[in-house]
Design a protein around this ligand. Structure first.
Ligand code: FDA
Length: 503
């Protein structure tokens, strides 16, 4: 018997996969996308597709009994997280390893469904350091602008930023940063600021102003399902299968055969099947892609995969921290979930940090300033395949987070000294001021130029490609999705004129 066949198979529907599917579809190549999560288009009993951070239900998390928001407690009370009943195919996953929890999105659109939409382009000098073999001139002239346009990146109107109560929290943090002599920067976003202004005027349903973000935005955000993926479907050559996990990969003629496991929203396995393809693109994200290839190498279905698979992983130096403001510096009870300002201390030669000013949208005054800092952390983790669990284990020690904390602390100690403020220790368990044991920006595992050639071709494996954040070696200096998108655009444009030409 022969297995069902598609010309190109794309694993996942995040940034790298969405770019890949659109460009393959445009080139007339029949493409099937396989996505583990749901298609988030059906409203629940409350009339909404997604639930808010303030009132989470089973839609919030991917097969968890309780939410696992990044803040553990508030005023040391266990009031942040909620029981959400029987496990369900919700939109946000947290994959826990011994010293690191990795947050990822699940559904058609991957991380774009749950992220904050922040869309900065890295400083060119740092990009050149991270990916020296990639032609930066072409990236900055062509692929970054293309990615920003395709993703719908826009910037807040400065007049609105200065007057709206919804960004008082950002202005307070900016003032304190300036008092300490730091620069701040406005960060572009894919959330429509025009929509946000209309939310505030109560002309449209609220989303960013209604506490919606990490469990999905019902309105306002240009997530991938509304941009790249809509265009990909529009080519007529791309289809998406949801609630389906790619489990195994083996060679099959000139192409590959993947094992599929279809589940229902309660996690019950409905069907196991196989799908053959000529071209296989892996876009399951840093953790997902690395796990698929490690499994293939270690179980012997693709035994000659490079030793570099599973190495070069980093958290983009993510650290979360919070400061306690004086009574005369309230941060506001209405806070937009969409961050728009950052403290830019990237040029500090010893402790570089880019710290986004994050909201604490709990609907009441907290006098807290929250931050997600991106730092330079030279430590790298690696994955090994665990035969007993059939999963990849991340090796990352608690000590490996220390450089991230040091750089963030240098910045916020200086702000606290300049303004006479202190850290909030009630938000993370153990009275900690800094949390570097989870991340939003997993990067690496299948690094460009090591596990693959300079265009994402897996070494020694014709027609097998990597197209997501696993290509980026652990650090980028800014939030990563614009770069993941631009790099995928660059790689695809090369592959379409080489491997995929004259098929
Ligand atoms: P991505 O993770 O987006 O997509 C992978 C997809 O593959 C997922 O849909 C997954 O379900 C699917 N998949 C995995 N394994 C599979 C399998 N075996 N079979 C089938 N499908 C499988 N970045 C940024 O630039 N600005 C920001 O503001 C933020 N904020 C932010 C907040 C939060 C809460 C999170 C979790 C993340 C962010 N990020 C962010 C990070 C950003 O979302 C992330 O870097 C990108 O989504 C990564 O894109 P990828 O294409 O690598 O994979």
């Amino acid at each position: 018997t022969t297995a069902p066949y598609t010309t190109a198979l794309v694993v996942g529907t995040g940034y790298g996969s969405a770019v890949t599917a659109l460009r393959l579809g445009e080139a007339g190549i029949r493409t099937t996308m396989i996505e583990l999560g749901q298609q988030w288009t059906t409203a629940g009993p409350d009339g909404k597709v997604f639930c808010s951070t303030l009132n989470p239900d089973r839609r919030s998390m991917w097969f968890h009994r309780r939410t696992e928001a990044p803040l553990d407690t508030f005023l040391w009370l266990d009031v942040v997280n909620r029981d959400i009943g029987t496990p369900y195919a919700g939109v946000l996953d947290r994959i826990d390893y011994p010293n690191m929890g990795v947050y990822v999105g699940r559904g058609v659109g991957g991380g774009s469904l749950v992220n904050g939409g922040m869309a900065p382009t890295p400083q060119r000098a740092y990009f050149e350091k991270v990916l020296p073999q990639v032609d930066a001139a072409a990236m900055y002239a062509r692929y970054f602008p293309l990615a920003r346009r395709m993703l719908g990146v826009n910037t807040i109107d400065p007049r609105y930023l200065e007057k709206t109560p919804a960004y008082q929290y950002a202005r307070v943090s900016r003032k304190h940063a300036h008092q300490a002599g730091f620069k701040t920067a406005v960060v572009p976003n894919v959330y429509s600021f025009d929509y946000l202004e209309r939310e505030e005027r109560k002309e449209v349903p609220r989303s960013a102003l209604a506490g919606e973000v990490i469990y999905g935005n019902n309105h306002g955000k240009q997530s991938l399902d509304k941009t790249y993926l809509a265009d990909a479907i529009g080519t007529g050559n791309v289809t998406i299968r949801t609630l389906t996990r790619v489990t195994t990969i083996r060679r099959y003629g000139k192409g590959y055969l993947v094992g599929l496991e279809q589940i229902d929203a309660s996690g019950k396995v409905l069907k196991r099947s196989e799908l053959a393809c000529r071209y296989l693109f892996l876009g399951a994200g840093s953790v997902g892609t690395t796990e698929l290839l490690l499994r293939a190498r270690e179980t012997g279905t693709l035994p000659d995969l490079p030793a570099a698979i599973g190495t070069g992983w980093g958290s983009n130096g993510n650290v979360m921290t919070a400061r306690a403001n004086h009574a005369w510096d309230p941060t506001g009870s209405l806070q937009s979930t969409i961050p728009t300002l950052a403290i830019d201390n990237w040029d500090d030669p010893v402790n570089p940090a880019f710290a986004e000013i994050a909201p604490l949208p709990v609907g009441l005054e907290t006098w807290a300033s929250l931050y997600l800092a991106i730092t330079v952390n030279p430590e790298r983790g690696h994955f090994t395949y665990n035969h007993a669990t059939d999963r990849a284990d991340l090796h990352w020690s608690a000590g490996q987070s220390a450089p991230s904390v040091r750089s963030a602390q240098a910045l916020f100690d200086r702000i606290n000294r300049a303004t006479g403020t202190t850290y909030r220790r009630d938000l993370f368990t153990g009275n900690r001021a800094f949390a570097a044991d989870f991340c939003y920006h997993p990067l690496g595992g299948c690094v460009l130029g090591q596990a693959t050639d300079l265009y994402g071709r897996v070494i020694g494996h014709p027609n097998l490609y990597i197209t997501d954040g696993s290509l980026i070696p652990g650090s980028l200096g800014v939030n990563p999705f614009v770069t993941i998108t631009a790099l995928a655009e660059r790689n695809l444009s090369h592959l379409l004129t080489t491997d995929l030409k004259n098929r």
